[in-house]
Design a protein around this ligand. Structure first.
Ligand code: SF4
Length: 440
């Protein structure tokens, strides 16, 4: 028996022993990457060796994170894998559920960036990971620990991944069963069955052993296309590499100065269609550091560079929707969307607070045939809008100027000192007279 065969047998018998040792449910985190796939496959192979009664001894939860801004080809791959898994679980009558964890619509990337104007995340203001990955995972795990006395999380982390990973594994305070406590979730324990496996062990195991739910060729092809080391193994994994250093992060990620995995993929002829996404991501990064794209105050009124201007957010949403149309025309989107209907509706709610009285987000979406289920809360209904238009026409004043002036007034609504509002309104009028587009 080869050393790897020994390792495989040893992990499987350990898994079997732990599986039958208590009733606490297992949570297997699955990113679709090689390490989490290895752990999941070993767990399922172990289960298939059990008798029918033992197989149902405890529930296993497979959990995967979906930020809503995953790279489209990764999203396709993950969707495929999860559906293969679901089919296999159903046919094999296993006590396993597959769970896709998503951020709340109020905390999604687009709601925060386009809706509230958060500047694109960077190393010093990385607002995304917590909301898009950590919170959904924590909420899910907490709900499990509330229903059960305790849970065991099985992670695909390995000492061989990096020096930092080796150190963090070595620092773990493990109990007599080799489990360590999850730092954030009370009553959750962590177990890494392949922590001593090398990279070569993982690849050899996967290439010689197709998963019970399907072959690994698609995963290997993805790894071939990208470069880098770690999977974005999500917040479910308390020892995950920080996002941004990961192999396949979000396509919008501006925490890394260059999206290497996207750049590598763009070298392949068949992946060139993702270029508009990469350009858009670069624009998000560029705008973040361009103070003319941001309000001169924070939302709390403090004088400092603030959220993206509403006009910039409108421009970005328009461009995002147009890229989506381009990709749909190329047949690259399937049933996916770059931004969901719920996010657009939420963005509109946020924009209303910022003085977008005419529901521009909804109008932009409708202009590309996105039918958003949105209960209009326009400050002005169609009759009022027509009335405003007619007064403007009568007085030869562009409606857009009136909209801008109302927005400006609205932006001062919480401020005690309003002395500057007059100058700013004068500037708006002057700019209009000079044909300059106002940035609000
Ligand atoms: S990959 Fe980048 S954008 Fe996505 S959560 Fe991590 S840091 Fe944020």
């Amino acid at each position: 028996m080869s050393t790897l065969d020994n390792k495989i047998q040893s992990v499987k018998s350990r898994l079997k022993k732990e599986f039958l040792a208590d009733t606490r449910p297992w949570v297997v985190t699955f990113s679709g990457g090689k390490d989490s796939t290895t752990v999941l496959q070993l767990v399922i192979e172990m289960l298939l060796d059990l008798n029918e009664e033992q197989k149902k001894y405890k529930k296993i939860y497979i959990v995967t994170s979906d930020t809503g801004v995953e790279m489209p080809i990764i999203e396709d791959y993950t969707t495929d894998k999860l559906s293969q898994l679901q089919g296999f679980i159903k046919n094999s009558d296993l006590n396993i559920s597959v769970n896709l964890l998503k951020p709340k619509v109020t905390e999604s990337f687009w709601t925060l960036l386009l809706g509230k104007g958060y500047p694109s995340p960077n190393q010093t203001f990385r607002w995304c990971t917590d909301r898009m990955k950590i919170k959904p995972a924590t909420n899910f795990l907490k709900s499990l620990t509330e229903k059960n006395e305790s849970i065991l999380m099985l992670l695909g982390v390995r000492s061989d991944e990096s020096q930092a990973r080796a150190e963090s594994i070595a620092k773990r305070d493990e109990n007599h069963r080799g489990f360590s406590k999850h730092g954030e979730i009370p009553n959750a324990f962590v177990f890494s069955p392949v922590k001593d496996w090398t990279n070569a062990d993982v690849w050899t195991y996967l290439s010689k052993n197709p998963a019970p739910w399907g072959i690994h060729n698609d995963m290997m092809k993805l790894y071939d296309k990208g470069s880098g080391e770690a999977d974005c193994n999500i917040a479910l994994n308390p020892e995950a590499a920080s996002c941004g250093k990961t192999r396949f992060g979000c396509w919008v990620c501006t925490v890394v100065s260059k999206d290497k995995s996207m750049a590598n993929m763009l070298r392949n002829k068949e992946d060139k269609w993702m270029l508009p996404l990469n350009n858009f991501r670069n624009k998000l990064e560029e705008y973040r550091y361009d103070h003319s794209k941001r309000q001169p105050r924070r939302r709390n009124g403090q004088k400092s560079v603030g959220p993206f201007l509403l006009s910039v957010r409108k421009e970005l949403l328009k461009e995002l929707l147009s890229i989506e149309q381009e990709l749909i025309a190329l047949g690259k989107m399937g049933s996916k969307k770059l931004i969901s209907d719920e996010e657009i509706a939420q963005i509109q709610k946020e924009w209303l607070h910022d003085g977008d009285f005419f529901e521009t987000a909804i109008t932009l979406a409708q202009s590309v045939d996105r039918l958003i289920d949105y209960e209009s809360v326009k400050s002005f209904d169609e009759t009022e809008r027509t009335y405003i238009d007619s007064i403007c026409q009568e007085n030869k004043i562009p409606t857009k100027l009136i909209e801008d002036l109302m927005q400006k007034e609205h932006s001062y609504r919480h401020q005690i000192k309003r002395t500057k509002i007059f100058t700013e309104m004068e500037n708006l009028v002057e700019n209009f007279a000079n044909g300059i587009v106002n940035e609000i």
